[in-house]
Design a protein around this ligand. Structure first.
Ligand code: ADP
Length: 664
């Protein structure tokens, strides 16, 4: 059957997945149509698309879930296909049906497959008939409490009650004993009704130490189906994935092959086409059980792309165009190892409570063949209450698991977000955890290790104090010429020392309510910082937004971003949001304001004025070199030079008078 191929694609989604789909479609020469809500009017997916249409209010139900509005915009814009991404309408059978009624290609499976997998209990019945292994359980229509209790007692405890319409970890209850069953059943049903509008449940044996292993499948409309191997998504919080990897560590070739074949059987059982994921519980004894099938592209699909070298969105479009799968099973192989870490605006120390607010600054690790960042957010964007607070997905690849983990730790250290709380430090601690490194995984990994992964020192260490103080001193010396176009390179422009300052400065830093009062002295080639009777010898250079710090001979690099009232420092995947008090840089023993003194020891490298010259405020007078950097010293007012006291090449002590001005 000949079918017109996709020439214009509407992406019925937002955020990173909309951006990710647009990139592939545009590379394939397909025009892209974005849709957006009020909150997303300046979002990246809107900018990236060839055209974008406003579809309503910020809440998803007023925009991204409006089936008819989106279909109408597809028609108006001339899009002949829709990609639903994940979430929102991606598993909505009604939306899929309306697409085909309007001759719009739905980039996904047929309606019947979505419907078949839409209910966890029906999905299980279909899979049982197809011979797919299931966890022992009850998924029948009779929902009377008595019957469910009887079935539960037959299965034994612990067991799990699941809302059949559930998803996203919601509507599940673990029951430890027969006595607790009815109470858990009622609470599960209440949550299911309010979240999914349907209180039907199934019950099944609760495996106590399983892994979550899922198989990526792909099928075309010509009867071909392949699997693209597995992903391990065992590290979960509240039954939601945190870090995913491919392949699953320690999975034998036989199990992989068996799981892959079962997944293909499952896909074929429902006449599947396109990309789908068959999720399994993989038990300690090596047995595995079908959990559910997700009839869409998954958040974690990039790890599969990294180990296969394929673009799954491209495959989706190929299949949606009615073509055959690009490769057969024997042409597919696993290459290396990949991780994906979901970077969220959330607080791991407070039960992963979502955070919202403006991202003042976002600095990404260098991306290349080993490191990929999928994001729909840039510096200045807001993480709103309306959508999932995921900031980005960080995906890394290397030839083996340990090397990939090293990449992950490195890239997390270079992932900098200022303005709101993120899980970056938590992810880094997770990637550094011995049991995680040993791949000792199961779905309770975070229940076991959560606490040790969420501790962080609430006080400032010496190197952070030194870095912040050094930065304040550097900023102070260059504040007259700060280059807005390149805000992190104050040294690129000539800088003017403030006139007539004495060589003692007080810098006050505030971190998590604690105040740090530091006295900074200029010394030959460095600063001496005094703090609580301790002395720190500090020098350094600022390159871009990286401060190369030398603290008592120990060199290290700290990254930074400016913020209102202060700065954020980044090091080893940690960040410190530090307030700099307004009264910082108070001069002690302030001298007479009459003449110009050297603020620090250095060498005069240029003298631009001579005795008797009239100078204007801001005019360059002398250029000094100190701490390997040049500083242009400027006049602080309109005045006349009475005397120049140093020549080119002279060494100058701190506080020395450089130029005398005539009295008014
Ligand atoms: P959802 O659709 O909400 O994501 P799933 O059925 O996919 O729910 O299950 C989510 C997670 O819950 C799984 O990844 C696994 O960690 C856990 N889980 C589900 N079923 C069982 C079970 N029978 N025994 C143990 N853990 C389970």
């Amino acid at each position: 059957m000949a079918q017109m191929s996709i020439h214009k694609l509407l992406i019925a989604n937002r955020g990173e997945i909309a951006c990710r789909v647009i990139r592939t479609a545009q590379r394939m020469g397909i025009e892209c149509v974005a849709v957006y809500s009020d909150a997303d009017k300046d979002a990246q997916h809107v900018k990236l698309a060839d055209e974008a249409w406003h579809i309503g209010g910020s809440a998803a139900k007023d925009s991204y879930l409006k089936v008819d509005t989106i279909i109408n915009i597809a028609k108006k814009s001339g899009a002949n296909a829709v990609h639903p991404g994940y979430g929102f309408l991606s598993e909505n059978a009604d939306f899929c049906r309306k697409c085909s009624e309007n001759n719009i290609i739905f980039v996904g499976p047929p309606v019947s497959a979505i419907e078949a997998m839409g209910s966890k209990s029906e999905a299980k019945s279909i899979m049982a008939d197809a011979g797919v292994p299931l966890v022992q359980g009850y998924h029948g229509d009779d929902q009377s409490a008595d019957l469910l209790q009887q079935e539960a007692d037959k299965i034994g405890y612990p067991l799990l009650i699941k809302a059949t319409a559930g998803g996203g970890g919601k509507g599940m209850r673990v029951v430890e004993s027969s006595e607790q069953f009815i109470e858990s059943l009622e609470s599960c049903k209440r949550e299911a009704i309010s979240s999914f509008g349907d209180d039907k449940v199934l019950i099944e044996k609760y495996l106590t130490k399983p892994r979550h292993v899922e198989i990526q499948v792909f099928a075309d409309s010509h009867g071909n189906a392949v699997h693209l191997f597995e992903r391990d998504c065992s590290v979960q919080r509240r039954h939601q994935k945190v870090i995913e990897e491919a392949p699953a560590p320690g999975l034998s070739e036989d199990t992989r092959e068996a799981m892959g074949q079962v997944a293909i059987t499952a896909a074929k059982a429902i006449g599947y086409t396109g990309a789908g994921t068959v999720e399994f519980l993989y038990d300690e004894d090596g047995s595995f059980y079908f959990m559910e099938m997700n009839t869409r592209l998954q958040v974690e699909h990039p790890v599969t792309e990294m180990i296969t070298g394929l673009d799954l969105v491209e495959w989706q479009i190929v299949v949606a165009n009615g073509l055959t799968l690009p490769l057969s099973q024997d042409q597919l192989e696993i290459n290396g190892h990949a991780f994906e870490a979901r970077i969220y605006a959330e607080d791991p120390t407070n039960d992963f409570l979502p955070a919202t607010g403006k991202i003042n600054y976002m600095g990404l690790p260098v991306t290349n063949a080993n490191v990929r960042v999928d994001s729909g957010i840039v510096s200045g964007d807001t993480v709103s209450v309306y959508y999932d607070p995921m900031i980005a997905k960080l995906i890394v690849w290397d030839s083996d698991r340990n090397s990939a983990l090293a990449r992950l730790r490195g890239a997390l250290s270079d992932f900098h977000v200022a303005g709101l709380t993120t899980n970056i430090e938590f992810l880094h601690q997770l990637a550094s955890n011995d049991d995680f490194i040993q791949a000792d995984l199961d779905t309770h990994f975070l229940d076991k290790h959560g606490e040790e992964l969420t501790t962080s020192d609430p006080s400032l260490s010496d190197d952070i104090i030194a870095a912040a103080t050094l930065y304040v001193m550097i900023k102070q010396s260059s504040q007259n010429t700060f280059d807005e176009a390149d805000p992190y390179s104050p040294w690129n422009e000539s800088s003017g020392w403030r006139l007539n300052e004495d060589n003692h400065h007080i810098v006050e830093l505030v971190f998590q309510g604690q105040h740090y009062l530091i006295t900074a002295h200029f010394r030959n080639g460095h600063f001496l910082l005094e703090l609580d009777g301790k002395e720190l010898k500090v020098c350094g250079e600022l390159k871009g937004n990286k401060l190369q710090l030398d603290l008592d001979g120990h060199k290290s690099t700290v990254s930074l971003a400016e913020q209102e009232n202060g700065l954020v420092l980044f090091k080893n995947a940690r960040s410190w949001e530090i307030e700099i008090k307004d009264n910082s840089l108070v001069n002690l023993d302030s001298d007479s304001q009459a003449n110009l003194t050297a603020p620090m020891p250095g060498t005069v490298i240029d003298v631009l004025v001579s005795k008797g010259d009239s100078v204007e405020e801001g005019q360059a007078l002398i250029v000094m070199e100190a701490m390997k950097m040049e500083h242009t010293i400027k006049a602080h007012k309109d005045t006349v030079i009475a005397e120049v006291l140093y020549q080119v090449g002279d060494l100058v002590d701190e506080g020395a008078e450089l130029i005398a001005f005539e009295e008014e």
